[in-house]
Design a protein around this ligand. Sequence first.
Ligand SMILES: Nc1ncnc2c1ncn2[C@@H]1O[C@H](COP(=O)(O)OP(=O)(O)O)[C@@H](O)[C@H]1O
Ligand SMILES: [Mg+2]
Length: 358
Amino acid sequence: MASIDIQAVRKSFGPVSILKGIDLAIAAGEFVVLVGPSGCGKSTLLRLIAGLEDMTSGQIRIGGVVVNDLPPKDRDIAMVFQSYALYPHMSVRDNMSYSLKLKKTPRERIAEAVNRAGAKLGLDALQDRKPRQLSGGQRQRVAMGRAIVRKPKAFLFDEPLSNLDARLREQMRFEIKKLHRDLEATSVYVTHDQIEAMTMADRIVAMNGGVIQQVGTPLELYDDPANMFVAGFIGSPAMNFLNGTATAAERGIVVRVGEAVLATLPPVAGLPADGRVVVGVRPERVACGTAGVNARADLVEPTGLGTVLHLQLDGQDFKAFTTDRPAITVGEQVPLAVAAGDLRLFDPRTGERLRPAS
Ligand SMILES: Nc1ncnc2c1ncn2[C@@H]1O[C@H](COP(=O)(O)OP(=O)(O)O)[C@@H](O)[C@H]1O
Ligand SMILES: [Mg+2]
């Protein structure tokens, strides 16, 4: 397995700049998830790694070797797509064998590799079927089997589960992770689904507008987001953002939303002169019903696992999530509390995180 080093990579289509300077070092054996909204450049970056597209400038190394001028077939990388891209007229066995046949691998070695992959992926009984005789989940397994038999230096996945229903997606997520644990294969997995990113990644790369916003473990991004984009993208229900103020006081800064005082925090660096801030708080960190600031309940949504409360504070919408089943009715005033350590402050002008002054 090989490391992948991406340095100062830019990609434009005509005059339109799509990737605006990507730097990313992926360790051998790592499972990295690229996550971001549709159109942010995820597939383009994957295609540059695979060699399916030329970069405008920058450098990509695979296993320490610069691959900028290597055609895809010489990069020894396997790509798994959302669309499966299986040969419709070939059986499962032949689809999985194809790349090894092209490489003139001896027949017994091919059979062995295909049988091993088939067993791993639960395709034993399906080897003689054609793709049209398979379900979506089975086709996706064949596409992965075809990638595995090649023993590539790295796997690239481009939204491989997007065509599957929710239950199957969950199962395949688990199977891909298990497979990764088995094969210890360097993997770059692209998705727009933050749950897939959180559950599968060793490290998440959050992208927006052709720029990497933050790189870190799932919980680093969840607990310590670099900016409002990452804070809002990771986590469901999403982090609340409230317009508020932070004013210097004797022991730090007092954070308010409207008249309500939420907390006193240690001073932050770069506080805007007018004191305006965006106050971020995760719904699951809002404690409801005991004491604190009053907010009006607009909607009560039971999810089974818990309850999402839609609330209003200072005329601003926000949500609280609790695993209790609180007896709250619409229109009621609900007392809320948030621990100081659970507030995240952002600069409303830039969206960047305001961190404690050191
Ligand atoms: N071959 C191309 N020619 C022109 N524009 C392209 C081409 N491929 C992608 N784009 C544009 O680049 C942007 C990023 O696309 P893509 O990498 O597919 O995004 P993502 O995979 O994150 O949804 C989009 O605005 C898309 O329209
Ligand atoms: Mg894409």
